[in-house]
Design a protein around this ligand. Structure first.
Ligand code: SAH
Length: 231
């Protein structure tokens, strides 16, 4: 079973949104499991201190390496990658989510305050993963996004009809526009080709729309797509 262990000072945030809909049903049916570990339970002093002032001065607090190391070391050793949610990390991608989904699960450290003591990252070989170029107030929401992206790719979670092979990023392109009934909405019609019943034409239209959207919106993805197509 795919297993996520989350280290956090707010374990009550989990499963939160991961407990409903697709991920929630899969959680309830035992396709994956989750345990939220309270970092504070691994503090040793009377006040359960998990942070301290930054060496060298400056604003905010830094998460103590000794407490985090104890929390991490209490997770039974296995083959799961140990991640740290961090704006400095490698940006999360669909291929990264697919790779994690194909493995045994993840151990994720969610930081708060200014982050964690650098020595902890080095000493426990944590892989830093970012959700994007913006700063959240903690790693919890970022970890939920990562887990959601992985869980929906575990076999049996999505229906066959939504296997994920045609989604945005799967082929290096953004997804084509989607339409449903009614045929006419506020004077706008569903593109005729989509109701023609000609599967080859539908596929060609979708491919060219996916290419157009990617070219217009994501020059970075478009350049990578072209480079792969014509090496
Ligand atoms: N001072 C840090 C930001 C700390 S934000 C810096 O400037 O880099 C507090 C915590 O929220 C981080 O340690 C991380 O665990 C989480 N976090 C914030 N932004 C994130 C992002 N874009 N992706 C993943 N985690 C993030």
């Amino acid at each position: 079973m795919w297993h996520a262990s989350i280290l956090t000072i707010f374990p009550e945030m989990f499963p939160g949104p991961l407990g409903v809909s697709l991920a929630g049903k899969a959680l309830a049916s035992g396709i994956w499991s989750l345990d939220a570990i309270d970092i504070r339970a691994h503090a040793t002093d009377k006040h359960r201190t998990v942070d301290d002032t930054p060496a060298g001065g400056g604003p905010g607090m830094v998460m103590k390496p000794d407490v985090l190391a104890r929390a991490l070391d209490a997770v039974p050793p296995d083959l799961r990658p140990r991640l740290l949610m961090s704006p400095r990390g490698a940006p999360l991608t669909q291929s990264c989510a697919a790779m994690l989904a194909a493995g045994p699960g993840v151990v994720i450290v969610c930081a708060r305050f200014e982050g964690v003591d650098e020595r902890l990252i080095e000493a426990r070989g944590l892989q830093e993963v970012s959700l994007g170029d913006f700063v959240l107030s903690g790693g919890e929401i970022a970890s939920m996004a990562l887990i959601d992206a992985c869980v929906r790719l575990i076999p049996g979670v999505m229906g066959k009809e939504a296997s994920g092979v045609e989604e945005s990023f799967a082929g290096g392109l953004l997804e084509y526009p989607q339409f449903t009934r009614p045929q006419v909405f506020e004077g706008l019609s569903v593109p005729e080709v989509l109701t023609s019943g000609d599967h080859a034409k539908v596929a060609a239209w979708r491919r060219s729309e996916a290419e157009r959207l990617t070219r217009e919106r994501r020059p970075d993805l478009w350049a990578a797509y072209l480079a792969r197509k014509r090496p």
